[in-house]
Design a protein around this ligand. Sequence first.
Ligand code: AHR
Length: 336
Amino acid sequence: MFTTAQVRRIAAVAVAGAMAISLAACSGGSGSGSTDSAGSGSGDGELTTVGFVAVGPEGGWRTANEQNIQDSFSKENGFDLKYAPATNGDQNSQITAFTSFIDEGVDAIILSATEATGWDSVLKRAQEAEIPVVLLDRGIEPNDPSLYTSHIAPDNVGISASAAEWANAQFPSGAKYVVLEGPPGLSVVNDRNKGWDSTIDANFTKLESQSANWSTEDAKSVFETILKANNNDVQLVFAQNDEMGLGAALAVEEAGLKPGTDVKIITIDGTKAALEALAAGRLSFVAEYNPLFGDTAIGVVKDALDGKTVESDIVVPSVTFDSPAAATEALPTRKY
Ligand code: AHR
């Protein structure tokens, strides 16, 4: 029994094949008419159309991730990727784009959500239209795997737990610390808090946990205020992305203190700017949140369109950097 989506694609391939045969008959050559799987780009002339409901400009990590997705879902690889970044991070613009892709009858939709909630109705509409939806990076809350085909991301809980393990080793007698979070409610923020809180030793004291909106400027301002309010008696910052960690380092220096010595700063993402700061001793620990999973996403979309079973949660491997030497060694071969 074929699904609607499969019937649509078979019809498209049949038309393309018929056109190829008639063209071949005219020109005397052999029609390609290949019916290879989705995204093969192997001569059947039929590109797999994918709607990318994206976040858009947000920082170094996002730029690397969205460029990698666009590079992977190329016409050479058999895809027609329709990129739809959010307007100023607004979820409504994403829902509008998502709905348009359904109405357009794209073959698949990939989504990096600006918010964790509010997706149920459009996800159900995509299901009714039998259009597979793959979540990239950001999950949905509450998480209901029946509403999407697959979620692809590094393990936020495990990554932040590894950061807390490093902190436990650095401060065996504990420390006073501050958490600089991403925007509240995001699945990645919730998971990074979960991994950290479940691993940090009981002799640590959380002074503050505030959002600095993934932003260096906001993080500098927020942490300057916290340092003043605590008479600079803060030994550790857990910044949930690189940009906020770099902002915290600026605040430490503004206070006449030395980042890496007076205040150790942990960040997540692993962008070049963060590794350069780690190599220089301004950051103390950088956990990669690997953004380069476009090839994985292609495979998931192809398998979904070919009716194969797809894992609902795919973890992208990531590494950590815990010293200037580790950062210096890695920098020449880093891809983002
Ligand atoms: O969802 C991933 C987070 O979003 C990254 O850690 C951050 O840099 C980006 O803005």
